[in-house]
Design a protein around this ligand. Structure first.
Ligand code: NAD
Ligand code: DAU
Length: 340
């Protein structure tokens, strides 16, 4: 099979590319990525030179480029990870989220319609379901939970999902969608909570916690997300949505305290700062459908995944120090200057 993976230079995409290149030596993996601030070719060193792997730089929202690539490559499968993915950036500058997440997706869908495809898979998020109240631990997102978004990021992701489903119903395109909870693990860009805490704590810098730190996220180790997507693409039903999550709910404060403890750093580093506007309270996934239909089970719990993740950041300081010392430094000042 020839598989185009978009966004394969980002956090989850690069982990997926590593997994696929090793697991399926007979498949051809083409990584299509624009290399925005979030894309990093350093993350692809483990697969550089592998005969079944290629990198192509390009924009999924550039119709001429995407159509000429499909004309040349005629892929069997497209798996779309490419997106603007950071909620805080979407609050500052929503437009690029519409361009990449919505127009980028419809451009890929149109190319799939024109050139034919065995499967188009959309990597989506639990954020399309909005949030759950903190005082109802009995409630979970299922695939039937209505779309009810909070941020420009989640609205753009939801818009993309609706187009994917519309292309299935209207044109019969063979699509699937996965909606996953918060990921963590190697190659996670240090603007997101867990790598931000690790990198800042190691430098004895303050850790900004939004609001009271009581918001809850449902954390999944990144390779468990990768195996779930692989299963859905190969065995999942067309036109279906599959939720992915491992029942690892933690408050943000618990997450920060766990990481600080593991690194032997004091809680005095924690700084409570102005809350994120529209901040979703709680995410919690019900993964029953993928477990029962496809037999997916995560390998890691939060307890086993966090030490592995921290060790990776300790062993790969060059990877994140290059980011933190570069353009990301001015990003941090712009994003947090008014909050601190
Ligand atoms: P990321 O921001 O780390 O990576 C995004 C990648 O997309 C980058 O390599 C970037 O260069 C590329 N990209 C951006 N715009 C592009 C364009 N126009 N054309 C081609 N490439 C472009 O994101 P991530 O955290 O790895 O998330 C990947 C996908 O998974 C996203 O679709 C996101 O919505 C979804 N998701 C993420 C999480 C999470 O916890 N990180 C959870 C559920 C779903
Ligand atoms: O749920 C899936 C989503 O998870 C993905 O769709 C998004 O692409 C991904 O970025 C992530 O979104 P979150 O907003 O949940 O992740 P983030 O790491 O930005 O924040 C996690 C929580 O921590 C959230 O409640 C906000 C809080 N936070 C975040 C940052 C960056 C802080 O308290 N301080 C911070 O500095």
């Amino acid at each position: 099979m020839k598989i185009i993976v978009t966004g394969g230079a980002g956090f989850i995409g690069c982990n997926f590319v590593h997994y696929m290149v090793k697991r399926y030596p007979g498949d051809e993996i083409i990584n299509l990525d624009l290399l925005t601030y979030a894309g990093n070719l350093e993350s692809l060193k483990p697969v550089e030179g592998c005969p079944n792997y290629r990198f192509v730089r390009g924009d999924i929202a550039d119709r001429d480029f995407v159509f000429s690539l499909f004309e040349k490559e005629k892929p069997d499968v497209v798996i779309n990870f490419a997106a603007e993915s950071h909620v805080d950036r979407s609050i500052t500058d929503p437009e690029i989220f519409v361009r990449t997440n919505v127009i980028g997706t419809t451009t890929l869908l149109d190319a799939c319609r024109k050139y034919g495809i065995q499967r188009y898979h959309q990597v989506s998020t639990d954020e399309v379901y909005g949030d759950l109240p903190l005082d109802r631990p009995d409630l979970f997102f299922t695939e039937e939970t209505p779309i009810h978004t909070s941020s420009p990021y989640s609205s753009a992701k939801a818009g993309a999902d609706l187009f994917v489903l519309a292309y299935h119903r209207t044109y019969g395109l063979p699509v699937s969608i996965s909606r996953c909870s918060n990921n963590y693990g190697p190659y996670h860009f240090p603007e997101k909570l867990i790598p931000l805490v690790i990198s800042r704590a190691l430098n004895d810098e303050e850790i900004p916690v939004y609001g009271t730190g009581e918001n809850v996220r449902d954390w999944l180790y990144v390779t468990d997300h990768c195996t779930a997507i692989d299963l859905i693409v190969r065995n999942g039903r067309e036109g279906e949505v599959y939720n992915i999550g491992g029942h690892n709910e933690k408050t943000n404060l618990e997450v920060v305290q766990t990481v600080l403890r593991a690194l032997g750093k004091p809680e005095s580093l924690i700084r409570f700062v102005t809350d994120r506007p529209g901040h979703d309270r709680r995410y919690a996934m019900d993964p029953t459908k993928i477990e029962t239909e496809l037999g997916w089970k995560p390998q890691y719990t939060f307890k086993t995944g966090i030490p592995v993740t921290i060790q990776w950041y300790l062993d790969n300081k060059d990877w994140w120090e290059n980011i933190v010392s570069g353009a990301y430094q001015s990003y941090f000042e712009t994003m947090y200057g008014a909050r601190l």
